[in-house]
Every structure is written in C-alpha cells, then in structure tokens.
Design a protein around this ligand. Sequence first.
Ligand code: SF4
Length: 209
Amino acid sequence: MEIKQLLNGARQATTDVSFGDTLKSPFKSLIGTMLSARTRDEVTEVVCEQLFKKVKSFQDILDMPTGELEKLVKRTGFYKTKTRYMKNISKTVITEYGGEVPDSIEELIKLSGVGRKTANLVVSVAFGKPSVCVDTHVHRICNRTAVVNTETPDQTESSLRKTVSKSQWSKINRYLVPFGKQVCTPLSPKCSGCPLNEDCPKIGVGKRR
Ligand code: SF4
C-alpha cells in the first residue's frame, strides 16, 4: 500500500488529535515525551500537569531534591531512572547548550534517556520541523499495510524518510497514532470497519474484528 492511501484512510477513520500547547514548549516537550516512555498517555498527561506546576525550567529540575522529583513522576513507572534522566538532561542542557533545548535529532539523542522517537517528536512539535516520529503504533501499522517491511521502529523511520516526501512527514505520527489506538489496534484490529479493509494485506494480523 502507498503511504498516501494509508494516511487518507487513517485520517478518515479517526478523530484528529492536535498536540496541546504544552508540547510546543521545548522544555515541556522534551521532559514530557521522555516521561511518556512505557506509560499510558492519560497517566503522562496527569503527571506532566502536576510536574510543570512545580518546575518551569531545567534549573528548577536541578534545584528540586531527587526524592521530591521521584514522587512527582512515580506514576509513569521506572521513576527512579526517569528522574535520573531528568537531572542529567537538565545539567547537560544548561552546561552544554546554554539552557536551550537543541533543535536537531543528532544533538537531542546525545541527551540522557532520549531516543529517536522522543527526538523526532520534539523537533516536530516544539520546533515545527519536518520529522518522522515512529512509535509502536506507526511501526506496526506501516508493516501490516506493507508500506514498509522492517523489523524495528528505527528501520521503519529510516525507510519512511527515504520513501515519503517531507511534506507528508508530520502527518505520519499525527494520523497513525490515533488510528492505532482506535482502529488498527495491537490486538484484534477493527478491520471490518476500516476504510482500508479491501486493499490492506493485513501482514501478521491474526485475530481481527
Ligand atoms: S490491519 Fe485491519 S485495521 Fe489495520 S489497516 Fe489493515 S484493514 Fe485496517
């Protein structure tokens, strides 16, 4: 399937989600996305709301006692590691980047706990640059529909960067994440009500609705 058809079908089948103003701040985008690893969006949202009432800058994170920070982010899971990442990121951004979040993927992935998914999302949402943010939904759907044939999210990102025009990049995450949550779900996707049902090869899909 062509990416254009996939994006059109996904857009048609789901409600568009726009990123809130919170993620447009590079500071909040970077910390919030890092905290979202391996946790549900609903939990991340609540935790971030409480966290960002108390910390407004990287310096605030450095100044806050570790135990207090851990308590604030505990619900996101892996909170000790994530707290350590927050402290390390804050220190690096202040000492090496003059307190400003870097706006390139190459620099962002040098930061503690920041992988390509987080870096791509920050570059796209906070800095408005074209970027291909591949999470588990994007990786799964692109393989099921044969837009790519890859083993890992990083390979999917690389393949999409080569084959999809830059003007479409930002739509990939924005359309496919809600599509993956609402229709092309990890288990038992809702193929019967999916606008792509007829053309989709459903690679690797077992039980479906
Ligand atoms: S696997 Fe099913 S739900 Fe997913 S895109 Fe294909 S037809 Fe749609």
